[in-house]
Ligand binder design. Structure first.
Ligand SMILES: *[C@@H]1O[C@H](CO)[C@@H](O)[C@H](O)[C@H]1NC(C)=O
Ligand SMILES: *[C@@H]1O[C@H](CO)[C@@H](O)[C@H](O)[C@H]1NC(C)=O
Ligand SMILES: *[C@@H]1O[C@H](CO)[C@@H](O)[C@H](O)[C@H]1NC(C)=O
Ligand SMILES: *[C@@H]1O[C@H](CO)[C@@H](O)[C@H](O)[C@H]1NC(C)=O
Ligand SMILES: *[C@@H]1O[C@H](CO)[C@@H](O)[C@H](O)[C@H]1NC(C)=O
Length: 514
């Protein structure tokens, strides 16, 4: 796949989890040592005096001196794996509140990116009724876990195993959100389904005689369902296929983009992935170049088993931005590969899909990507690449707009802010008091990472939030008013139609010439 086989259908990637030695004494010792070093580094480099001894922080507002105002203090929350017990427990007095610096010029007073407005749209079906306990319980049917936050602490009730480590890294991400904004998340209970396709049909919950829809969180949605979309696990890493956490990938891709300029890239459309997860991907393979036919497509199959045996040398996301055009095509639902492809500075050829994740609905055709028909892929790709090679400035601008969007509006700060606002808006709708489930154990970064497998631990430490953010989350933009949203959707629709018209003319002209 291209980069990383992201293209493997997300759930289809049959990657074996590498058999890792658990609890080997040397490794454990080394690891604890590492934690201490890291903790030490954090406290010394962030500010002189700021490692809080974990008890010192329960006071809500600390007095901020004049001096502090100029150099806001970063505070590190330690990660303490050393309670000398087989069973790792959460620190009893995990900090639950910190001051933020609303008053400060450094504080982010900025409005969140536009895709945050879809939070209101996703929660709209629950607005009239609010969310009752009964509604949440009905979402349990397909859920992998129930997430509970009470007084800043996280509890989880697991119902079944998810594909690979999706649930693990999703929960890890939520714990990092709490380390970043301690004391600022409301009490809540929610159900999370880690599978690919949305499952709450809107038609079942329309009309006078129907029940209110169950609120169910997952990674993607489509226009016929009411599932609530949430950032996927890969932002914190995809251990099975060695895709590291997003923040570092973004840096790598940026460097890679600077190394290979658009003009010097291969003037074809590239795709590498797992075609066996969806008919539409098998269909795409018919567009590959042969001795008799060139649709401007260069398509490759990702063999994950082989990749994992060779240490993923061929699947480094950052080194795969070497074509001017890159194809994005859904797998069984949306594909995690999307963001890595859009980041490349290449023109993303986006094969039509009905699935969306939490940011796709803000992407504009011809501005951020080039739309490709799903029912006539080869001719559509051939035209797109010819158009781009004949309009190089415009094509480059499309690639740049997408990678700017990814680098700016999809940077890790905004992933956390999106989660923050989504959970806050969701919690406002709750009509019951969230309760710690009977028998539930508290979940914290320590209980997740201290005894994790080596490959998971690596990515967790890489994506660990060191301590509270000194800035507040961005400010939510207002909801779309229905007219503005209608106009936006019409614009999207029309520019796709426009491209289809150009494409039709192109083929008519070519056929005339023959
Ligand atoms: C880690 O936890 C143990 C046991 O609770 C405690 O004795 C130790 O001081 C803690 N270490 C740090 C660095 O906080
Ligand atoms: C270690 O864990 C066991 C079982 O949870 C508990 O009974 C014991 O008190 C713990 N010991 C320490 C030193 O925390
Ligand atoms: C920050 O945002 C608040 C609320 O929108 C506004 O009242 C205030 O003037 C802003 N401050 C700055 C420095 O922009
Ligand atoms: C609503 O449901 C009740 C009980 O099932 C039924 O008697 C009634 O006809 C239904 N009304 C409508 C408008 O479907
Ligand atoms: C597509 O064509 C290229 C060039 O001939 C070839 O290397 C590649 O293996 C082909 N891909 C597939 C999936 O057959």
């Amino acid at each position: 796949m291209k980069s990383s086989g992201l293209h493997s259908h997300n759930s289809g990637a049959k990657i074996l989890r590498s058999p890792l030695k658990k609890g080997s004494v040397t490794f454990a010792t080394l690891f604890f040592l590492l934690i201490f070093i890291i903790t030490g580094l954090i406290s010394s480099s962030w500010t002189n005096s700021s490692t809080i001894s974990v008890g010192d922080v329960s006071t809500k507002e600390r007095i901020i001196s004049k001096e502090d105002r100029r150099t806001p203090k970063r505070i590190a929350i330690p990660l303490n794996c050393s309670n000398g017990n087989e069973t790792q427990t959460c620190p009893a007095n995990y900090p639950s509140t910190f001051e933020t610096r609303e008053d400060d010029e450094l504080s982010s007073n900025s409005t969140c990116p536009d895709h945050f407005r879809w939070i209101y749209e996703d929660l709209k079906p629950f607005k009239a009724t609010g969310i009752t306990r009964d509604m949440v319980e009905r979402a349990k049917k397909t859920a992998h876990f129930r997430l509970v936050i009470v007084k800043g602490k996280v509890y989880v009730e697991k119902y079944k195993k998810s594909i690979q480590t999706r649930d693990v890294f999703t929960l890890w991400g939520i714990l990092q959100l709490l380390r970043r904004y301690p004391g600022r998340l409301p009490d809540l209970e929610l159900m999370f389904d880690c599978n690919d396709r949305p499952v709450i049909p809107s038609r079942d919950h329309r009309g006078p005689n129907t029940t209110a829809p169950p609120p169910l969180f997952r990674y993607c949605g489509d226009p016929l369902t009411l599932d609530i979309v949430f950032p996927d696990w890969s932002f914190w890493g995809w251990a099975e296929i060695n895709i590291k956490p997003w923040e570092n990938i973004l840096k790598d891709i940026k460097e890679g983009n600077n190394r290979v300029k658009w003009m010097e890239r291969e003037p074809y459309a590239y795709w590498k992935g797992n075609p066996f997860v969806a008919e539409t991907r098998k269909d795409l393979l018919t567009c590959n170049v042969t001795d008799n036919q060139d649709w401007n497509a260069r398509l490759f199959i990702q063999d994950w088993i082989q990749e994992s045996q060779q240490g993923f040398k061929q699947s480094n996301v950052a080194s795969q931005c070497t074509y001017r055009y890159k194809i994005y095509i859904e797998g069984y639902a949306w594909s995690v590969s999307e963001k890595y492809i859009l980041a490349c500075d290449s023109v993303t050829l986006f094969v039509k899909t009905n699935f969306y994740d939490f940011f796709t609905r803000s992407l504009q055709p011809v501005h951020h990507f080039w739309p490709i028909r799903d029912d006539d892929k080869c001719r559509s790709i051939k035209f797109a690449v010819d158009w781009g090679n004949n309009h190089k400035q415009k094509a480059q601008a499309i690639g740049k707009a997408a990678s700017d969007f990814i680098q700016e509006e999809l940077r890790m700060d905004y992933i956390y802010d999106y989660m923050f606002h989504l959970l806050n808006e969701y919690a406002k709708l709750l009509r019951f008091e969230p309760k710690i489930p009977v028998g539930a154990v508290e979940l914290c970064s320590e209980t997740m990472v201290c005894h994790a497998d080596e490959s998971e631990k690596k990515f967790m430490m890489e994506s660990l939030e060191k301590g509270p953010s000194i800035t507040s989350p961005c400010t939510m933009p207002p909801p779309y008013d229905p007219h503005a949203l209608g106009a936006f959707l019409r614009r999207t629709f029309n520019s796709i139609k426009q491209v289809e018209t150009w494409e039709r003319r192109y083929w008519e002209n070519l056929n005339k010439q023959q």
